[in-house]
Design a protein around this ligand. Structure first.
Ligand code: DON
Length: 308
C-alpha cells in the first residue's frame, strides 16, 4: 500500500512531472471570453477535513468555474424542495455531451440529471422561483461555503455567453414547451449565465467543496441546510454524472466524486477526507480539463486516496 501523505511534496512532484507531459486539447472558445485565458495555467489546492490547505502552481488565480457552479445550485434546490426535486430532473448519467439536446425530446422535457445543461437550467428555474434575490442569494451562499467574501460573478463572461448561448436558448424553450420551466426564459437564462460566470481560485473552490466532503460537520451555510443523506446523494450524482459522458472514465482513472467546468477547473471530493481543486484550461473532446484529470489520476495513485 502506498502511503505517501506529505501533500505539499505530492502536489509539487505531480506538478513537475506533468510539466514534461504534452498537454492535449483546446481552450473552450464557444464562450468567446474564455478563449482569452492562457492555456498554460496549472494550479491545484488541496483542503483536508482537518482544515489544512496545500497550494501549488496557479492556485490563487481566479478562473471561470462554469459547470462546477451546478453543484452549488443543485445543493440549494435539494435543500428547498427535498425529494420532490426528482420529479423535474433525473439522477442517471446521460451518456451524451453536456450540451446535447436530442435526449430531451425523447424523454419529454425531463433532463437525465442536474449537471447536463438542460438539467442545470431546470435547477436555475427552481432557484429563480424560490430565492428572494436569486443572484445575490446565490453569491452569498457560495461566499459562505468558501469562507471568502471576495468571490464574485465575472460579468464579461456572463455577457459573452449570453450573446452566443443559442443552444441553451434551444434547451430552455424545449423545456418550457414540456412545462418544465415556470419562469420567464430570459430571466432564468440570465441567472444561469451569472451562476456559470462565478470566478474562483483553486483555493476558494476547494474550500467551498470541503462542505460536501466533511460529513461530520452539519451542512448549514447561509440558511441552506442538507441532511447527511442529501450530502451523500450530492456526492453520488457527482460521481455518476459530474463529467458527462466521461464520468465512467473519471471514476475509472481517478476514483473521486467531482465536477468539471469548461473553464478548465475540476473540483473533486474524497468523502470524509478531503477536497481538491485543479485548474488547467485545455479541454479534451468531452469538455473536461485534460491536465486536470491527469493531475487527479496521479494524485489518487500516488496517495492511495480514492473512494475505491
Ligand atoms: O452552459 C454552458 O455551456 C456553460 N455555461 C457551462 C458548460 C460547462 O462548463 C460544461 N462543463 N464541462
Amino acid at each position: 500500500m502506498n502511503s505517501n501523505r506529505d501533500y505539499q511534496k505530492v502536489l509539487k512532484n505531480i506538478y513537475n512531472q506533468l510539466l514534461f507531459e504534452e498537454d492535449f486539447g483546446t481552450v473552450a472558445s464557444y464562450i468567446p471570453e474564455l478563449a482569452k485565458v492562457s492555456p498554460k495555467k496549472l494550479g491545484v489546492y488541496l483542503q483536508t477535513n482537518d482544515g489544512e490547505g496545500y497550494a501549488y502552481g496557479d492556485a490563487n488565480e481566479k478562473f471561470s468555474i462554469q459547470s462546477i457552479s451546478k453543484v452549488f445550485s443543485l445543493s440549494i434546490a435539494l435543500s428547498i424542495l427535498g425529494p420532490s426535486l426528482w420529479k423535474r430532473v433525473g439522477v442517471e448519467p446521460s451518456g451524451t455531451a453536456f450540451n446535447s439536446i436530442v435526449q430531451l425530446e425523447y424523454e419529454k422535457g425531463v433532463p437525465r440529471n442536474p449537471f447536463i445543461n438542460p438539467g442545470a437550467i431546470v435547477i436555475a428555474d427552481i432557484l429563480v422561483t424560490y430565492l428572494n434575490n436569486p443572484k445575490q442569494d446565490f453569491l452569498n451562499y457560495v461566499r459562505t461555503l468558501s469562507g471568502e467574501e471576495t468571490i464574485d460573478y465575472d460579468l464579461k463572461v456572463a455577457n459573452s455567453e449570453k450573446k452566443t448561448g443559442y443552444l441553451n436558448a434551444a434547451h430552455i424553450n424545449m423545456l418550457k414547451s414540456f412545462g418544465n420551466i415556470q419562469n420567464d426564459v430570459e430571466e432564468v437564462l440570465d441567472f444561469y449565465y451569472h451562476q456559470c460566470s462565478l470566478s474562483l481560485t483553486c483555493k476558494e473552490l476547494a474550500q467551498a467543496f470541503n462542505a460536501f466532503a466533511n460529513q461530520d460537520k452539519p451542512f448549514l451555510y447561509n440558511g441552506i441546510t442538507l441532511s447527511k443523506s442529501q450530502v451523500k446523494r450530492m456526492n453520488a450524482i457527482m460521481l455518476s454524472c459530474g463529467f458527462y459522458d466521461e464520468s465512467g472514465e473519471f471514476a475509472f482513472r481517478v476514483g473521486l466524486s467531482g465536477k468539471s467546468g469548461v473553464g478548465g477547473g475540476i473540483a473533486a471530493i474524497l468523502p470524509r477526507g478531503l477536497s481538491i481543486a485543479v485548474w488547467s484550461p485545455r479541454l479534451n473532446k468531452k469538455g473536461n480539463s485534460y491536465m486536470g484529470m491527469r493531475f487527479l489520476e496521479e494524485f489518487t495513485t500516488e496517495t492511495d486516496l480514492s473512494i475505491f
